[in-house]
Design a protein around this ligand. Structure first.
Ligand code: HEM
Length: 180
């Protein structure tokens, strides 16, 4: 059986596009992404979530992961999250009460590294299908890095039982200092 460290580096190779650190991702979230909402506005983010989820719900490899979710609810959750990430209204916090808890939010789903690769491939295509993102290679690359990093933690958290089912919020202890 692989050790946590071996497993960690395996998922890292499978999902991460670049050498990303907690500090660089924190900097994206706090200082870089929030500058974009004013320029982009709601509509491209809305288009992105539609493009993304139309691919996800057609993706047979993700069918079992999304079988208990409705597409419209999934779209509005991601729309609220991404508008907040990019510096817009705090819709996701209003909807869910907390913003930084993505590993915990995904713990109940059957997400492994191959699901993460499909998620990232669909998001990559969706970003390229929306002109406001496709034309902004700086933002597009940063978003893909941020998504890869988060996907990596979601898979790692799940497989190592770093966070446990029945602890959907992540709990106070593991949330401390985490930036996902
Ligand atoms: C690793 C691959 C991933 C898979 C297979 C996956 C799958 C899922 C599923 C099945 C849901 C429930 C659908 C719903 O909202 O009703 C969900 C929710 C969500 N996902 Fe993911 N996800 C992945 C990665 C990510 C990443 C990288 C992000 C963003 C950085 C993200 C953001 C969200 C958000 C904001 C929600 C709504 C959670 C809530 O408040 O209930 N996911 N995801």
């Amino acid at each position: 059986m692989a050790t946590v460290r071996e497993y960690d580096s395996y998922i890292q190779q499978q999902t991460l596009r670049a050498e990303l650190t907690a500090a660089s991702v924190k900097n994206m979230k706090e200082n870089i992404f929030p500058q974009f909402y004013e320029m982009i506005g709601d509509e491209p983010i809305n288009q992105l979530t539609k493009e993304f989820y139309s691919r996800v719900y057609d993706d047979q490899k993700l069918a079992s992961v999304f079988s208990s979710s409705t597409r419209s609810e999934a779209q509005s959750n991601l729309f609220a999250f991404l508008t907040e990430l990019l510096g817009g209204p705090r819709r996701y916090t209003e909807l869910r009460g907390k913003y930084h808890r993505l590993v915990g939010r995904h713990i109940a789903y059957n997400i492994d590294e191959s699901a993460a690769r499909r998620w990232l491939a669909n998001m990559d295509e969706a970003l390229h299908a929306v002109p406001a993102f496709a034309a902004n290679s700086y933002l597009l690359e940063l978003l893909l890095d941020y998504f890869s990093y988060t996907a990596y933690w979601i898979v790692f958290g799940k497989r190592t039982a770093y966070m446990k089912p029945g602890q959907p919020s992540g709990g106070n202890t593991v949330d401390t200092g985490r930036i996902w």
